[in-house]
Write a protein that binds this ligand. Structure first.
Ligand code: GLP
Length: 244
């Protein structure tokens, strides 16, 4: 769907998440959310915080799994996705701490494979992701699944693309300070979600959105794999949709 502006699009996504949470509450079940970072979902999180504060939306029954984290990364660093999620969502809602899952950027290299398997196992244990929200990087990455990622990939350690590190340079005060690696859910992990919502705003995403939606399916642009799923929705503003 194409919306007039990022704000109306974000309100729509937040409303759908809120509806899911409320439906699950009525059934006394947990809502399992796959969450994303970056500038794109910020207004979605702001609306969820507003719904919590002003419209009684509780996150008591919500379990979250974040897509990714830089590696190495200390959780209390300003650029960590842990810090991002606290600032934009977790510090402002009533989600139990133990319900929050974010890949751990402090592990030793040897400990990463077991951690990743455990991340997948935990998602499964909770019955899988009800909704996964996604942004898109200019390399066509979803999560940090850079070009070359396999469609059945699981949670794992990956090397970041040069373009991704350049785009992140602003947050880190220079590209050389951007970690070379990240731990990310795989394309396969994302695919298992019952509903996938990819959001993109602004002109600078228009060309990658054109490739993702209309381009040949290929690991060169990992987001093209989403064309193979029947439970994906692209939520765009007019600018991001302008080349379609
Ligand atoms: C980072 C994140 C992605 C995100 C992308 C786009 O690379 N790991 O999950 O989609 O940035 O970021 P933005 O929303 O700021 O354009």
């Amino acid at each position: 769907s194409v919306f007039d502006n990022p704000k109306t699009a974000s309100l729509n996504v937040a409303q759908r998440i809120a509806n899911l949470i409320r439906e699950k509450q009525e059934k006394k079940q947990k809502a399992v959310l796959g969450l994303a970072t970056g500038a794109t979902p910020i207004a979605v999180y702001a609306e969820l915080v507003r719904l919590h504060k002003e419209e009684n939306l509780s996150f008591n029954n919500v379990i979250t799994f974040n897509l990714d984290e830089y590696y190495p990364m200390q959780p209390d660093a300003a650029q960590s996705y842990v810090t991002f999620m606290k600032e934009h969502l977790f510090d402002h809602i009533d989600i139990p701490k133990e319900n929050i899952n974010i890949p751990d950027g402090t592990l030793s290299l040897e400990a990463i494979p077991a951690f990743c398997l455990d991340y997948e196992r935990k998602i499964g244990e909770h019955g899988g992701l009800d909704i996964q929200i996604l942004g898109i990087g200019r390399t066509g990455h979803i999560g940090f699944n850079e070009p070359g990622s396999a469609p059945n990939s699981g949670t794992r350690l990956v090397t970041l693309d040069d373009l991704t590190r350049r785009d992140a340079a602003r947050d880190f005060g220079g590209k050389s300070f951007v970690p070379a690696k990240a731990i990310t859910m795989g394309i396969g992990t994302i695919f298992k979600a019952r509903e996938i919502i990819l959001m993109a705003w602004n002109q600078k995403k228009a060309s990658i959105i054109k490739k993702a939606v209309e381009g040949e399916i290929s690991s060169e642009v990992p987001a093209t794999y989403l064309q193979l799923s029947d439970h994906v929705e692209f939520i765009l503003d007019k600018d991001a949709a302008s080349l379609l």
